[in-house]
Ligand binder design. Structure first.
Ligand code: HEC
Length: 163
């Protein structure tokens, strides 16, 4: 009998301990802390048009390149593609009514939490979505000119909630 075979009980105990730790840290703690997030006056609720725009945002994969979370320490120090404030730090209550969340983890483009405050113009947003290269030469944001006018308007209505 191999040495470790005599200690299978220990191995099993270690496995159960590790598994329980993983369940508690990756599932139970986030679930419980999310329950504590309450809606406030700033919680965003969508009109049907904005909700459709949000669907397009997800189906076009905008969230693969853009986050929607300004973290502590970034305020007044972030860069968009010029130096400047990327906006107020994001509070969990803003997203209390949202499912799924679109805060995301990777920034291949700028954070969009306050993009409407930076670019509060339908014309700018439309030109940029149809041909980002025209406004920011060298950008790797793809053009979304294949979207219908209606889809673009819905998408922009959603971007207006990010202020
Ligand atoms: C492949 C990555 C990528 C994807 C996908 C992408 N973007 Fe971008 N986006 C960028 C980059 C890079 C920039 C910065 C340069 C520029 O403005 O083009 C940017 C800039 C922006 C800006 C201007 C932000 C600012 O602060 O000036 C907006 C608004 C925007 N994107 C919206 C969208 C929307 C809506 C979609 C989906 C329809 C999308 N992006 C998809 C990479 C991406």
């Amino acid at each position: 009998m191999l040495k470790f075979e005599k200690h299978l009980g220990h191995l099993l105990f270690g496995f159960i301990l590790f598994f329980s730790f993983a369940v508690v840290t990756t599932y139970i703690i986030p679930e419980v802390s999310a329950q504590g997030i309450k809606e406030t006056a700033e919680t965003v609720h969508y009109t049907p048009q904005q909700a459709q725009g949000r669907q397009i945002y997800m189906s076009e994969g905008c969230n693969w390149c853009h986050t929607q979370e300004v973290r502590t320490g970034e305020e007044n120090s972030g860069t968009v593609f010029r130096r400047g404030d990327i906006g107020e730090v994001t509070l969990p209550s803003w997203y209390a009514a949202q499912n799924p969340l679109l805060i995301e983890q990777h920034r291949r483009g700028p954070d969009l939490s306050h993009v409407w405050t930076r670019w509060p113009s339908v014309t700018w947003q439309k030109t940029h979505l149809e041909n980002p290269e025209q406004l920011n030469p060298g950008t790797w944001m793809p053009p979304f000119s294949y979207l219908s006018d209606n889809d673009l308007n819905n998408l922009i209505a959603y971007l207006q909630t990010l202020k």
